[in-house]
Each structure stands twice: as structure tokens, then as C-alpha cells.
Design a binder for this molecule. Structure first.
Ligand code: C5P
Length: 315
């Protein structure tokens, strides 16, 4: 195999609770993650020089060492130097559909695809848990991006417990092109404002994880109850992002006003999503939001829940 093409889906957070601080400086989280059918396509092929090259269709994505896909390839080359030395360098091409700095894990999905792709191209035979362990070194969302579907994510977000697939729900995504929220800023601001509520005791943090795992959102997913899921959408980071970005709050309001099951910001934003029972309801909402906010910078997508993470495609 000389080349490999992969599909890397975006994610939304159906639930994001910040439980407390961690000794590593990150936050202890309990999240329910969901892949959606808005995907980047990643093509990886061997090149004759022993370098790693990244090219992206989107001009806003760096192709240097700061790119997460580049860092994923570099990590693989460091861990498997014989493969890198014997097979030579790789060029990674990213065809970008997932908006950047959006709270949709686009960069993380690209890195996840590179780990999966190089595992195949270099015939390493790493298992999914082994790939997810490597992924956690690069970023908190990357392990989920590998397995995808519907899952509970705890710890920094890197500990994944799969949940039953929730196919059949439709999603409207809205994002202003000219807005980006820095994830470190969102968590730092949350800590400044809400750390007095943090659970610091490890045993109590573990108890809170158990409560979320046995709680109403996870139970609604097991029951495939879209109405309940819509009502239970939750994201702690809204508390700091919405006051700072009134446009996002306004978009959220507009997206809650229609035949929808629920509306929420994804991750650290600024993307807002609404869940709908049918594609028709989702399209109606998209059109109504477009009419209410006639801003050229506002991008809207109608998509749906997606059952998997990274998958390969035939060329
Ligand atoms: O892991 P990732 O690179 O996606 O995290 C980006 C930033 O988000 C971290 O540098 C940190 O500031 C914040 N973060 C956090 N706790 C987490 C995940 C992310 O504080 N569990």
C-alpha cells in the first residue's frame, strides 16, 4: 500500500461538565461526545524524501510543525523510527470541510486520521486502544476522534467508554466565520470564575463520574430518546463564552426557536448546534435562522449523527 485515504468526522458535545482541577493543570471532565457527518478527507502517501509534509485546502490551516496532523505524524515517526527510516517520508493532504477553531475538533480529527493512516501504511498492527494511548499525548479530544460514534469521555477527555449508537438524529450547526474562541482561554476563564465550585477530592471526582455515567443523559441515549437528549444538553463552557461573545448567545437563541429538540454550544465554541428529529425540521430551522440573522459571516450546515470515528475510503 503506497497511499491511504481516510474520513475524519467532526464531533459535538451533547454534555460537557467541568468537575474540577487535575494535578497536570488540565480539567477533570465528564462529557458525552457525538460524531457528526461533517467530515474532512485526509490523503496520505509516501514521498521520496524523509520528511513529513502537510498540505491543506483551507488557507487558515498552518502546514508547519504547529499543525496537529503534522505533530501526529512526527509522534509516529519518533515511536516507530525503523518504519520511518525504511519507508521514507509522507505527504498528508487535508481536504477541509470542518470549520477551524470552532469547538468541533477538526484539528483533532485530522490528527486521529494520521495516526490511523500511518498504522495502516506502516503495517504496525497497533490496536485501537494503543492508538488512543498515543493520541492522548497529542490532545484530549483525539482518542475520541479515533473511535467516534457516541461515547462518554472522562479524565481530560481521553478516557473513552462507548455508548450505543444514536443514528437518526439530525443536526443544524451554526458558526460565524469571523469568530474563533481559544480553548485555553475558555478553560482559564472558567477556572477564574467557577473554581470555588470545583470538586477537588479524587474519590469525590470519581463519584461524580459514576453519577454522570448512571445519569439521565446516558440513560436517554440507551433508550434512544431524542426528546430527552434534547432537553438534557449541557455545556459548562457556555457560562464563560456566551457572555463574552453576544453574537453566539444571539445565534443560540435563534437556533432554539423552532421545531428542535434542543440547542447548545459545542465544546469551547463558538459553534452552536440544534438537534432535530427529521431532516425537514433541520432544514426549516436552517432557513429560519438564515432569515433572522442575514449576516454573510454566518455559516449554517444541516448534518446528522455519524456512527463511527476515523474510517478508510477506497481511492
Ligand atoms: O488537550 P487539548 O490540546 O485539546 O487542550 C487544549 C487546552 O484546553 C489545554 O491547553 C487546556 O488549557 C484546556 N483543557 C483543560 N482541560 C481539559 C482539556 C483541555 O483545561 N480536560
Amino acid at each position: 500500500m503506497e497511499r491511504c485515504s481516510l474520513i475524519a468526522p467532526a464531533k459535538i458535545n451533547l454534555y460537557l461538565e467541568i468537575i474540577g482541577d487535575r494535578p497536570d493543570g488540565f480539567h477533570e471532565l465528564a462529557m458525552v461526545m457525538q460524531s457528526v457527518d461533517l467530515v474532512d478527507r485526509i490523503d496520505i502517501h509516501f514521498i521520496s524524501t524523509d520528511t513529513i509534509r502537510v498540505r491543506c485546502s483551507h488557507p487558515g490551516v498552518p502546514s508547519d510543525r504547529t499543525n496537529l496532523a503534522y505533530r501526529a505524524a512526527r509522534l509516529m515517526a519518533e515511536r516507530f523510527p525503523d518504519s520511518f527510516a525504511n519507508l521514507g517520508g509522507v505527504e498528508i493532504h487535508i481536504d477541509k470541510q470542518i470549520p477551524i477553531a470552532a469547538g468541533l475538533a477538526g484539528g483533532s480529527a485530522n490528527a486521529a486520521a494520521v495516526l490511523v493512516g500511518l498504522n495502516l501504511l506502516w503495517k504496525l498492527g497497533l490496536t485501537q486502544p494503543e492508538l488512543q494511548e498515543l493520541a492522548a499525548e497529542l490532545g484530549s479530544d483525539i482518542p475520541f476522534c479515533i473511535s467516534g460514534g457516541t461515547a462518554l469521555a472522562t479524565g481530560r477527555g481521553e478516557k473513552i467508554s462507548p455508548l450505543p449508537n444514536m443514528e437518526g438524529l439530525h443536526v443544524v450547526l451554526g458558526k460565524f466565520r469571523n469568530l474563533a474562541v481559544s480553548t485555553p482561554w475558555a478553560y482559564k476563564t472558567f477556572r477564574e470564575q467557577f473554581s470555588h465550585q470545583y470538586i477537588s477530592d479524587k474519590a469525590e471526582q470519581a463519584e461524580r463520574h459514576r453519577e454522570v455515567h448512571a445519569g439521565p443523559m446516558v440513560s436517554a441515549i440507551y433508550k434512544h430518546d431524542g426528546q430527552k437528549i434534547g432537553k438534557l444538553l449541557y455545556n459548562d463552557l457556555e457560562k464563560v463564552v456566551l457572555p463574552e461573545f453576544p453574537e453566539v448567545a444571539k445565534l443560540r437563541e435563534a437556533m432554539a426557536d423552532g421545531e428542535v429538540l434542543g440547542t447548545m454550544m459545542s465544546g469551547s465554541g463558538p459553534t452552536v448546534f440544534a438537534l432535530a428529529e427529521s431532516e425537514e425540521n433541520a432544514c426549516q430551522l436552517r432557513d429560519a435562522v438564515r432569515a433572522k440573522i442575514p449576516d454573510e459571516e454566518l455559516d449554517l450546515w444541516v448534518t446528522k449523527f455519524f456512527p463511527t470515528g476515523i474510517s478508510t475510503v477506497d481511492n
